[in-house]
Write a protein that binds this ligand. Sequence first.
Ligand SMILES: NC(=O)c1ccc[n+]([C@@H]2O[C@H](COP(=O)([O-])OP(=O)(O)OC[C@H]3O[C@@H](n4cnc5c(N)ncnc54)[C@H](OP(=O)(O)O)[C@@H]3O)[C@@H](O)[C@H]2O)c1
Length: 247
Amino acid sequence: MAHALPQGYVYPMKVCIVGASGKLGRYMIQHALDRGYEVVGVCREQSVTKLDDFADRITIVAGATDDREVIKRAVAGCDGVLTVLVPWGMKGYASGTAQAVLDFAEPSARLVFSCGWHITLDGKDVYSKKLLALVKIGGFLARLARVVDLDDQVEACRRIFASETRWTVVRGSDLEEGESQGLPVWSRHVGDPILVSNLTRRTDFALFMVDAVSNDDVVREAPAIVGGQTESARRHSAQTSTVSAAG
Ligand SMILES: NC(=O)c1ccc[n+]([C@@H]2O[C@H](COP(=O)([O-])OP(=O)(O)OC[C@H]3O[C@@H](n4cnc5c(N)ncnc54)[C@H](OP(=O)(O)O)[C@@H]3O)[C@@H](O)[C@H]2O)c1
């Protein structure tokens, strides 16, 4: 299948996937390979075997994703860097990873980061009580247990939003496994009717990330996504076509 490439690009486009061995990362590798992209994957030493299925088709750089030397080596010459932003531990893993990518990616590279709906770009998102409680209580307990620091993911995104790079922060809804249902739809603000279903197939989250590399419409945007086949997405699409038919 032919895919649109940004103006001036010729195949093969080269992308680096940071956090390649996780569920999202592996889906992204597959989508990138499907598009004919050359892929460099960064993952922790102990997770390299999780990439065995791809070992002969991608370059693997083993190491922590917040190791600046590892990232410097991995992103060199890449047209796009797709980063799974995870707030593990209490030592600034997410912000360290994001900072290394911001510092070492090629100046013209498209930088695409993953996170959840809880991140806000302009403070205009409207959250459900359930999500607010989950972030507050879950975040507090995870911090107490010193396993996850959600505040560090917030800090990572603050640095990305402030940067002069060509970034996109993709904000995922709740996720489920299953066959692809195609590219998710998105909105600038959580709380918009199109997002109400709050569910995306994980493979389609990955598809949106990979697609964003060649989609200039989402440069310096923080799209909140939802599955294109969900009820709220379909309702929105039906309403939009009724309006345009009437107009
Ligand atoms: N899960 C959800 O419901 C959900 C919802 C919305 C958005 N998101 C976003 O989606 C992204 C992750 O998605 P996912 O849930 O599908 O997870 P995932 O793809 O499995 O990614 C987890 C990543 O965290 C790494 N990791 C695990 N334990 C670690 C540790 N102790 N130290 C350092 N790295 C560690 C994994 O690397 P290894 O392979 O080396 O373990 C992997 O790269 C995040 O950006 C998250 O904010 C998730």
